[in-house]
Design a protein around this ligand. Structure first.
Ligand SMILES: NC(=O)c1ccc[n+]([C@@H]2O[C@H](COP(=O)([O-])OP(=O)(O)OC[C@H]3O[C@@H](n4cnc5c(N)ncnc54)[C@H](O)[C@@H]3O)[C@@H](O)[C@H]2O)c1
Length: 316
């Protein structure tokens, strides 16, 4: 049997994720679901009609779901489920402003995922990301390594893009890393960032690096302010789709993700942005990297900020 991946939520993030996953042509089926009747079916029909042009065989299936789990049979047997259901930010909002409304949605979705796709790896993207990842684990009761969140790949991609534009070099020559939360306590890691193998800190003055770090931390808000009606989805969907691919292919790729941290960096018992090896079972292991004292302090601060909020989500 070929692999099956489900994307819950057929909004901008979900539909672009489904498109990327289908175009990889490594899955037998991509299922796209939403609560808006006809929307996932219509998008699936449209995506399937792109198959002859783009040259992929993956079949896209759309399914409308109801509040009591109606329609969730469509996700049965999924190897991976990407949860994108939930409201995006509007200009001036923080991700944390979405906590209450998205918690209800993510809990309901996660409970149905547990029922209909009990062996799936769950990749959460709904915001606020770290808290929604923790909530999805609580609601599914899946092992912690089988529930992870997407943030670090996107934040690192933004940082990389800004560095490449600043230095006028190809993005492929730049490597950057961001850890911590997908929010105010994001920890871009200049000490692990390089251009053609040379440390970024030797190529740009400290104030310029700091400027790019700040722009990275505000990268989502910058797009929201321009769009006015929603949030980013091209770069976010690219990141989530790569994570789902790593799971489906059991590749062991190391990527920054929101993962359960249990002792690494002296931090325990919290979902946090760290590098991890991703494979068939989700997170194979968290990969620790050397950080400067201030980066490590930033990561610990992020852990405590997320921990405080994650303690609340169990009751939402
Ligand atoms: N983690 C990240 O890096 C990152 C980046 C960008 C956006 N996001 C988040 O992703 C989420 C989706 O963003 P978007 O731009 O696609 O928003 P969107 O409004 O375009 O789409 C959201 C979709 O979710 C659907 N939905 C709502 N409740 C549902 C339910 N119970 N079951 C199934 N579907 C349901 C809606 O009908 C809608 O179609 C938001 O919370 C946003 O903040 C995260």
């Amino acid at each position: 049997m070929g692999k099956k991946v489900t994307v819950v939520g057929a909004g901008f993030y979900g539909s672009t994720t489904a498109q990327r996953l289908a175009e990889y042509d490594i899955f037998e089926t991509v299922v796209l679901t939403d609560i808006i009747e006809g929307k996932p079916e219509g998008l699936a029909l449209d995506l399937n009609q792109s198959r002859p042009v783009e040259g992929f065989e993956t079949k896209v299936v759309g399914a409308t779901t109801g509040p009591n789990g109606e329609g969730y049979e469509a996700i049965e047997g999924s190897d991976v489920v990407v949860i994108t259901a939930g409201l995006p930010r509007k200009p001036g909002m923080s991700r944390m402003d979405l906590l209450g409304v998205n918690a209800k949605i993510v809990r309901q979705v996660a409970e149905n995922v547990a029922k209909y796709a009990p062996n799936a790896v769950v990749i959460v993207v709904s915001n606020p990301l770290d808290e929604m990842t923790a909530l999805a684990q609580i609601a599914t009761q899946f092992p912690k390594n089988r529930v992870l969140g997407q943030a670090g790949m996107l934040d690192s991609a933004r940082f990389t893009n800004f560095v490449a534009e600043e230095l006028k070099v190809p993005v492929a020559s730049v490597k950057t890393l961001t850890l911590g939360s997908h929010g105010d306590t994001m920890v871009p890691v200049p000490s692990k960032s390089t251009v053609n193998g040379k440390p970024l800190t030797e190529l740009l003055p400290a104030d310029k690096v700091e400027e790019l770090v700040t722009r990275t931390r505000n990268g989502g808000a910058e797009v929201v302010a321009l769009l006015k009606t929603g949030s980013a989805y091209y770069a976010p969907s690219a990141a989530a789709a790569r994570m789902a691919k790593a799971v489906a292919e059991d590749s062991g790729a190391v990527m920054p993700v929101c993962a359960w941290v249990d002792g690494e960096y002296g931090i325990s018992g919290v979902y946090l942005g760290v590098e991890a090896e991703i494979g068939a079972g989700g997170v194979k292991r968290v990969v620790e990297t050397d950080l400067t004292d201030s980066e490590l302090a930033g990561l610990k601060e992020a852990a405590e900020a997320v921990r405080a909020k994650q303690a609340d989500v169990a009751d939402l």
